[in-house]
Design a protein around this ligand. Sequence first.
Ligand SMILES: O=C(O)CCC(=O)C(=O)O
Ligand SMILES: [Fe+2]
Length: 432
Amino acid sequence: MSSSILLPNTPEYKKAQRQYLKATKNRPATIDQEWTPFRAAEKRFKARFPPPDLSSVLDLASADGSRAQEIIDGHWQGSPTAVESVKLPLRNDKRRSNAYLIPAIPGLVILPSFISQDKQRSLVRWSLSRHARKPNDTNLDVHYVLPEAGLWNSWLEARKDPQKDVLVQPRASGSQPVESPPSGPRQLVNNEPASPESFQAISTTPKPPAAPSPTVQPTPVSSLVHKMRWANIGWFYHWGTKQYDFTKGPGTIDEELRSVCNDAVQAVDWEKVHGSSTADWGPKGPDWQTWHQSYEPDAGIVNFYQEKDTLMAHVDRSEVCATSPLVSISLGNAAVFLIGGLTRDIEPVPILLRSGDVVIMSGPACRRAYHGIPRILEASLPRHLRAEGLQGDEGKEDWKPYEEYLETSRININVRQVFPRGFDPYAGSTDS
Ligand SMILES: O=C(O)CCC(=O)C(=O)O
Ligand SMILES: [Fe+2]
């Protein structure tokens, strides 16, 4: 898709207009009155027609002269003043860059362009080639017998030799019996927020494996690669119960990723973020004073978005620690991020996230705030993620498949700390 959808009188714009008129012809005029403010915002930004107006979207990059080219190439632009933000210099930072606090969402910290261009490319490679494969679980594992080398690495081979674009077989095929969910009464999904008190109950809740779909068809590597939606990081997440499955062990956290997340948490002066907090931090009180020592990521997810994908409003409440920093890294195409409050009835704040931006969600108010991604901003891939943007010839050919994939994608690496300081999951208690 090209950026011409933004220009009236282009064939793309007119086509989107026709599709819109057709789709909305029979829609009752009052339909939007039933939507919560969060839902209404999602609808607004998701719309293909008219293309969303981003003037209400906070775009911190547009106040940064060093990102001017990135904004021009990325087509879409918000406003650096659309939402009130407060500049906070980073600690021990030679580049003299800043974090930004959003007073409407206490505990939300944005670090624009925190990840260098080199590091962005390295994290893209890590996500696709090294991480989204065994032993890490992906959305496709339950349904397909994925290639041993990992789907992405098989795709790299298939690009060079079409003979290698083999059919990936469904799990529920041939003589294999289809696994069915355990018999007996259906388990209610307990989506109560996790906490140290509920840890025992969470650990012992049965977590039956999901059943492979009996309807999926053998699918070539070349098309399955675009169906990858997520890959698990660290502690194993059980989607059926929306709880971590601690019986499967802690998994590993990649050292490069751990160090990026740690750098981000160390760069923030937490006293300035939470020093005057009046929020309820739970029975043990605020813990932000220890984050520079105690922050230790141990779980998370890599999200792979294709252009039309969205992530609906949700709260990540499965972590036993409900306050520690959640570090979220944006790579590839830009997106609109919405974050509101404890219910969907609170009007969310829209924020434009570009490749290399880091968002930290911390403290009780922010970690329990509804948030989501209603829009991937198509055609916004920055030049430094294109082969032509690489210095010299070295690595250009090698980068091409990543560029091609990113052209229509966004990757988000969302990293969490499940346990509070001093909590021993095997003893099931906190030292105090
Ligand atoms: O893609 C993003 O920026 C947010 C992802 C997210 O909220 C999540 O994975 O829980
Ligand atoms: Fe989330």
